[in-house]
Ligand binder design. Structure first.
Ligand code: 3HC
Length: 294
């Protein structure tokens, strides 16, 4: 199956990157948001990234203009009707995703393949509300989608060989490393990464080290580009909270349980980098440890 147009649902943290990477690979992209403000914000981020790429000499101005020209923003599901592949990257909330898929399924052509960028929700639960569960798979990107090489290609129990091949070929065509995984909550990366981030929060709670000491230790001692608490802020504490709840419900294991500090931070409205406050205060040029946590 040849893919010409890619539909992207959501133009937030992940959606804008997914849309940008597809357009950079030459696909026509239609990206849908719920309101104009969110859409403008997401498209603005893409324009900023393209501007930076030109500034740094990684892209010619005419190429950046062509990439931007291939991305159409919309508030209307029906603009996705002719998409060959639709990738959802909306909020990590199953009910919202199911409601959205019912709408999308009713307007997008029957031969199109659907993919979810869910971090942890079972792919089958979403596939089952569409009329095409065999044409449904997971394509799990990593933040920032423009930079991170991996896309997990998730085979649900109903995914056909053809749909799985579409996902695998698509990941390759956008320059990503597609790794196949089974439809098990958290797939490969989050199954390992989420308990690690949660354990870092527990280490902080137990006074093993301060926020910046824990992060500095993992950067200098394990060569990670970011420490686990900064990474938690970067992923979004709300997203981390949703993922660990799903994984805890699924596996009933303490390693996936939400630590009290995370619960309290979310109650305070501290969602990490996106809200300006988390384990770090992100309001300045450089993140500084949140003084309330010292
Ligand atoms: N969009 C596009 N490009 C970006 C970017 C973004 N949001 N952020 C950084 N970049 C680019 C920069 O332009 C720069 O490119 P250049 O080398 O060509 O100039 C390059 O990435 C490096 O960026 P910086 O020099 O600004 O900063 P760093 O060297 O510190 O790299 C980082 C930033 C790539 C984010 C690095 O810190 C990193 O790899 N962090 C870990 C990220 C990670 O683990 N992500 C996975 C999270 S888990 C997940 O997403 C799964 C989900 O389900 C929870």
């Amino acid at each position: 199956m040849e893919i010409k147009q890619v539909g992207v649902l959501g133009c937030g943290l992940m959606g804008h990157g997914i849309a940008q990477v597809a357009a950079q690979a030459g696909y026509d992209v239609v990206v849908r948001e719920v309101d104009q403000g969110k859409l403008d914000k997401g498209l603005g981020k893409i324009e900023k990234q393209l501007g930076r790429a030109v500034e740094k000499g990684r892209m010619e101005q005419n190429e950046a203009d062509a990439v931007r020209g291939r991305i159409k923003g919309t508030l209307d599901y029906s603009d996705l009707a002719d998409s060959d592949l639709v990738i959802e990257a909306i909020t990590e909330d199953l009910d919202m995703k199911l409601e959205m898929w019912r709408e999308v399924d009713s307007v997008v052509k029957p031969e199109a393949v659907f993919a979810t960028n869910t971090s942890s929700l079972p792919v089958i639960d979403q596939a089952a509300v569409t009329s095409r569960p065999e044409s449904f798979l997971g394509l799990h990107y990593f933040n920032p989608a423009q930079v991170m090489k991996l896309v997990e290609v998730v085979r649900g129990i109903t995914t056909s060989d053809e749909a799985f091949a579409v996902g695998t070929d698509f990941a390759k065509s956008i320059g990503k490393l597609g790794i196949p995984t089974r439809d098990s909550a958290g797939f490969i990366v989050n199954r390992l990464l989420v308990p690690y981030m949660l354990d870092a929060i527990r280490a902080y709670e137990e006074g093993v080290g301060s926020v910046d000491e824990i992060d500095a230790a993992m950067k200098a001692g394990a060569a990670h580009p970011m420490g686990p608490l900064q990474l938690s802020d970067f992923v979004g504490l709300d997203t981390l909270g949703s993922i660990c709840d799903v994984m805890f419900d699924e596996f009933r294991e303490r390693r996936f349980a939400r630590p009290p500090t995370l619960r309290k931070m979310l109650a305070a409205g501290w969602y990490g980098q996106k809200s300006g406050m988390g384990f770090y205060d992100w309001s300045g040029d450089e993140p500084v440890p949140n003084p309330q946590l010292s």
